[in-house]
Design a protein around this ligand. Sequence first.
Ligand code: NAI
Length: 267
Amino acid sequence: MQDELNQAFRLDGRVAVVTGAASGIGREAARVFALAGARVVLGDVNEAGLAESVAAVQAVGGEASARRTDVTQRAEVDALAEAAVRAMGRLDVWVNSAGAVTYGAVLETAEPELDRLTNVNLKGTYWGCAAAARAMQAQGAGSIINVSSTGADSAGAGLSVYAMTKAAVNTLTRTCAKEFGSFGVRVNAVAPGWIDTPMANTRFRDSDGEIDPELRERGLRDRAQASPLGLTGVPRDVALAMLYLASDAGRFVTGQVLRPNGGASMP
Ligand code: NAI
């Protein structure tokens, strides 16, 4: 019985690509997938961070390779998928975790900032879905996981561009689920609440760019209050939700947005 349950969540023999894998949620997803038996291929613009993530995977006995990839460039995303298939022989799971955030009122947002976020969060996810599905179509199976946000569910002053891109990721997820289902590829999103990563801590930096411990403590308290559980999240909370979607345990699940957010939003 226990073996049967373990098996449902295992990824032995499978290959997973994770973008945004140099940090935060992407790094932890790579580590958890490796713990579940997958070989992982990591993409990010941050090469030093990628090297640390490869080491983190190897530290748990996993096999990882990395490739510098800017997800805003379609050719680079395609090359990441092709390199994974060439090196590992197959592609079973693809996580679009590369992302960026910006804060600013609609009346003050400059066009380059809007373009930057749209390119990373939306275009990067779009090309990721396309490259993954192309490779998975030949196998007739696969699982694509996009990273949305609780921010897509509710209006937050100052978060217009970020929330807009993440709402679009939810819609893209459903469209891809419809288009790719006929060849066995599932497409889902996770929409995390506040997760303790470098990105989430940008809000707590002082004018020198250092994290202000008081600001952070207050910020965490406020965010925990948004959760009926009184909790904030860590990358592992999201990575384990991703494991469910990536593995056979999630075989009947597609076109869904799973919210590891402590109940911060319940649309
Ligand atoms: P993070 O900042 O720790 O990691 C994001 C990674 O994306 C970084 O390694 C960065 O180099 C990479 N990246 C940025 N632009 C890129 C590009 N053009 N090409 C390739 N890689 C690029 O942040 P975190 O928190 O791990 O974020 C991961 C995802 O989770 C993002 O999509 C974010 O929007 C989403 N998210 C995070 C939440 C949080 O509270 N941390 C909450 C909800 C969603």
